[in-house]
Each structure stands twice: as C-alpha cells, then as structure tokens.
Design a protein around this ligand. Structure first.
Ligand SMILES: Cc1cc2nc3c(=O)[nH]c(=O)nc-3n(C[C@H](O)[C@H](O)[C@H](O)COP(=O)(O)OP(=O)(O)OC[C@H]3O[C@@H](n4cnc5c(N)ncnc54)[C@H](O)[C@@H]3O)c2cc1C
Length: 349
C-alpha cells in the first residue's frame, strides 16, 4: 500500500488530523490498537472558563471558532449529530466565591461567557449554598459516537486498520518511511499517553494524569445543566449523570480503583442530596504536559516523523485548532506557534 501519511492513533488528535488531511485531498491510513482510551472516556465538555480560578482557557475564542465548523463538517460527512449545548452552573459556596465571580465578569476576555447575575433558583437534589453563576457557550461533543462513526467511515474506504504500531519495525528513509507493507511520505504519531512507548518522541515531557469518572442513576435529580463544584455533575439522559473527575499523577493504569471511587463519592455527597445508584466507573490517562501546552511538530532528526500530542485536559477544544496549524506546518512550512512546537524541548542526547 502506498499513501502520503500513516497516522498512529485515533483519539481526538488522530481524528482531527485525519479530517484535515482528508479536507485537503491527501491519502492516508490510520492504525489504532485501542490501547489508550482518554478520548473515549472523556465527558467531551467544552467550556471557555476555568472555573477553579475564574480565568479564560488558553486561546478559548479561537478554539471555539474552529470547534463549531469542525463538527458541522464532520456531521455533513458522517451524517450524525455530535454537539450538544447546555449551560454550566458554578456552585457558590461562600459570599467570597460570589465576589470573585463578579470580579472575573469584568475581565474583557471573560465577560461574554460569564453571566454577572447570581442565580438563586433551587435545583432539585443539588445542595447549592450561595446560589450559582452561569457560564454561557458550554456544551459537549459526543466523543465516542463521533470516533465510532468516523472509524466506520474510514474502514469502508479501507483507510483504518485495527492493529498495533510496533515502532521497532519502522524503516526510515530520506524521503519516505515503510511500515510492513505500507510506504508513506510521512507518519504522524497521535498516540495519547501511548507516546511513552514511542522511542522517537518519548523524550518529550508527557506526564499523564489519570482521571476516573462515574455514571450514576438518580431519578430525583432533575437538572438539565452541568453543575460544577469540586466535581462536575452532567446529565446525559434517562436519569443518568456523569460524575467526574479525579486527577492522579502517579497511577498510570486504565483500571478503575477503589480510591478513585471513594474520592468521587465523598465529593458527590457534598453536592447532591438525593438517592442514586452507581451504574459504571471508568478511567483513562489524559496526555498532560509539564507546561500544559500541546506537543506538536517534526522530529529533530527525522523530519518525516511528526507528533501530535499533549492535548491534556481539554482535547475537545484544542484538537481542531492545533490540527489546522500542524497541517499548515507540514504541508506549507508555516511555523508553529512557539508554545506548542516541540522545539521548546530538546532531546537529551
Ligand atoms: C476522565 C477524563 C475526562 C476527560 N474529560 C474531558 C472533557 O470533558 N473535555 C475535554 O476536552 N477533554 C477531556 N479529557 C481529556 C481528553 O480526553 C484528552 O485531551 C484527549 O482525549 C486526548 O486525545 P488523544 O487523541 O491525544 O489521546 P487518546 O484519546 O488516548 O488516543 C490515542 C490513541 O492512540 C492509540 N495508540 C496509542 N499507541 C498506539 C500504538 N502503538 N499503535 C496503535 N495505536 C496506538 C490508542 O489506542 C488511542 O486510540 C478527559 C480525559 C479523561 C481521562
């Protein structure tokens, strides 16, 4: 098989760069072995405001501007609907929280997203302290649905293989690479935390942060918004709520843990006061980076080896914008912005 690109990994990063290549008429094949699940366990929420600190998300405006057309195009291509919109309500635990909210509302970067009114309405089942602050422009991508539909679409065109990529078997020439029976001009690694097994790029400071979540069934919890306090509570239909998430920097396994469940339940007890049952628990490793910015660019020695990683805790918002930049970089030599270019980290040897 002869293609222009091999893509290793089909999470949010692999999907975004596949779309970009397809939009521009390039041939490619994707290899994925389902060894990482970050995108598949992600709630898929996009929210331009960091509610822990009341600060704007990095490049939020540009990322949202790219996110909506990106999924509109994908819907046209695949036929499904992958975006849902809802308000996000931040729980105020104190008058000080309210004051911080008012101050943040004056920030020109945040004013269009943060509603300055305090919402005093009772929410069935939510312990709400001093009311809520509302963030506009939030919603979620149905990530598993879009990945599944995209994979089906690529399989029909014989562009997707359910196989592991074994780095030791890659043959690198000056202007091409060969992997088993596939010859390509370039290879893009979009492996999420799987990057740790990649001898070409594992010098990069990908830390990886495990996140665990719960699905609960709570028929008496009648909310339609995402509620955000020490956790988020997100309605997904049929009385099911997504509860998340934990942040663990030492455990690099995908398995759900007792510790994770306890942490989630302890926090949940302070947020809701209605009965519920646990339906499921799952975990994944976010591809987080020391400086919280993506890891994108060409290998310092082998220019036809490319990495697209480090989407961290916000892959949904970041992936479409960064995929565009990466495409312009590899096909038209446009410089990457310094904050995402892997040139900021040099290999030790
Ligand atoms: C619990 C949790 C909740 C989250 N919630 C949100 C959220 O609400 N909003 C948000 O924006 N972000 C969220 N995130 C973060 C988001 O999931 C990540 O930023 C994003 O999924 C990373 O995408 P990725 O494609 O880089 O990695 P991944 O999704 O991990 O994809 C990597 C792919 O590469 C494949 N792969 C790896 N190695 C190989 C190999 N050698 N051969 C073949 N295939 C390989 C894997 O199988 C996998 O399919 C959450 C993450 C977690 C864990």
């Amino acid at each position: 098989m002869q293609v222009e690109y091999i893509i290793v990994g089909f999470g949010l990063a692999g999907m975004a760069i596949s779309k970009e290549l397809e939009d521009h008429g390039h041939s490619f094949v994707v290899l994925d072995n389902a060894s990482q699940v970050s995108s598949r366990v992600a709630a898929g929420v996009f929210n331009p405001v960091i509610l822990k600190r009341f600060t704007p998300v990095w490049n939020a405006d540009e990322q949202l501007d790219n996110l909506f057309p990106f999924y509109k195009d994908i819907s046209k291509r695949l036929g499904g609907q992958y975006l849902t919109f809802f308000d996000t309500l931040k729980v105020f635990k104190s008058v000080e929280d309210q004051n911080n909210w008012f101050m943040a509302c004056d920030n020109p970067l945040l004013e269009k997203y943060m509603d300055p009114k305090i919402i005093k309405v009772e929410k069935n089942g939510i312990t709400h302290y001093e009311g809520f602050g509302k963030v506009n422009g939030t919603g979620r991508v149905l990530v598993t649905n879009v990945l599944d539909d995209y994979i089906k679409y690529l399989k029909e065109k014989e562009q997707f293989l359910d196989i592991p990529f074994m780095h030791g078997e890659l043959d690198i020439q000056e202007d091409s690479i060969t992997y088993k029976n596939i010859t390509a001009t370039k290879i893009i690694f979009a492996e999420g935390y799987g990057l740790k097994e990649n001898p070409f790029f594992n010098y990069l400071p990908l830390t990886g942060t495990k996140g665990e979540m719960l699905f609960i069934k709570a028929p008496d919890l009648k909310i339609t918004e995402q509620i955000k306090s020490s956790l988020f509570v997100l309605p997904v239909g049929n009385d099911i709520y997504w509860i998340g998430a934990t942040f663990n920097w030492t455990d690099k396994t995908l398995d759900p843990t007792e510790k994770g469940r306890k942490e989630l339940l302890d926090k949940l007890e302070t947020m809701i006061d209605v009965p519920y049952e646990i339906v499921n628990q799952f975990g994944g490793i976010r591809p987080t980076v020391k400086d919280r910015r993506p890891l994108v660019g060409k290998h310092p020695e082998y220019k036809n080896l490319i990495v697209f990683n480090g989407l961290g805790t916000r892959g949904v918002m970041i992936a479409p914008t960064v995929a565009k930049q990466l495409y312009q970089h590899i096909e038209h030599n446009k410089p990457l912005s310094k904050e995402i270019d892997i040139q900021r980290f040099l290999p030790n040897s």
